[in-house]
Design a protein around this ligand. Sequence first.
Ligand SMILES: *Cc1c(COP(=O)(O)O)cnc(C)c1O
Length: 360
Amino acid sequence: MTLADTWRAARPPTACVHLDSAACSRQSFAAIEAAAQHARHEAEVGGYVAAEAAVPALDAGRAAVRALTGMADAEVVFTTGSNHALDVLLADWQGPRVIACLASEYGPNLAIMARRGFEIRELPVDGFGRLDLDAVGAALTNDPPALVHFTMLGSHSGVVQPVRDIAGACHAQGLPLIVDAAQGFAHLDCAGIGADALYSSSRKWAAGPRGVGVLATRPGFLSEDTRLRLDHAESNVGLHVSLSVALGEHVAAGPEAVQARLRDVGAATRQALAQVPGWQVLEDVDEPSAITTVLPPDGVDPLRVRSALIDEHAIVTTFVDLWRAPNVLTRPALRISPHVDVADDDLEALTAALAAVSGV
Ligand SMILES: *Cc1c(COP(=O)(O)O)cnc(C)c1O
């Protein structure tokens, strides 16, 4: 069986063409069952006794995060999602409140930085919006921030940012680095980046349940006080178990095989979409991610297209509004993000439906 076959067989059959993994992937039977079983166990023995019984499963989940990030001695905590992790990190930060990030930074992240009183410095980029490797060293030296926040793959674009290069530049300057891997984790290679903190969401490429996530930090990066507060906070143990099961399945599938397949999926998606008249694919065909964004022809509203694709063709995509990257986006777009199981038929259905609903 191919990776696509195994992945598909591990899940409930689709009632749609699902091309929306950057928003929320489809969970496996095992992840769904783990959450249900934990809830059942809570009813049988009590929530606190069930939580003790879940410790080995949660430890396995944390070990998977350490393996996937190559952060062998990291402290790993479960969160309610990526934004929660960033808020925890910035609330805990004791140094000067000056942070550097890309102009294309995720809008809700910018809002958290502002709310936590951070002044923002923009990292230099090339014409494609990718980190400018020739200019980054000087930028960090001449006007140094106190820390760097780097989103390795955005939610508004499939352009992969050179996270290892920013890590090298940060190390050279002795600057701490926080990596937003909401879209990168379980999609791109996250091993051994050299970040001080890396966080992600469960529901995106890792295909875990909604409403949870993970934060991995270098030992000592978070204050003792914050760590204790996180350890004692009320949390959804069942969904942490479920996420741990999803991570186990990802490790078993082979992270490198998943990454390679997702690169092929991205290329196939862009090749297919390039055939639709009037729509413009924004990434290079071989950009190494499975996120594709397309701009509609003039006068066509991608929000309406997204609805029509669901209502008339049962095809699920994402509407990319300007809030996702408010400092760089000027026009809303449509995002297509299939997982490893996408079939040629699915992409053919998409391109035909897209032409039909946009009248091209
Ligand atoms: C989805 C996303 C987030 C926020 O994740 P939540 O789990 O919804 O808090 C942050 N950054 C990027 C790049 C994202 O795509």
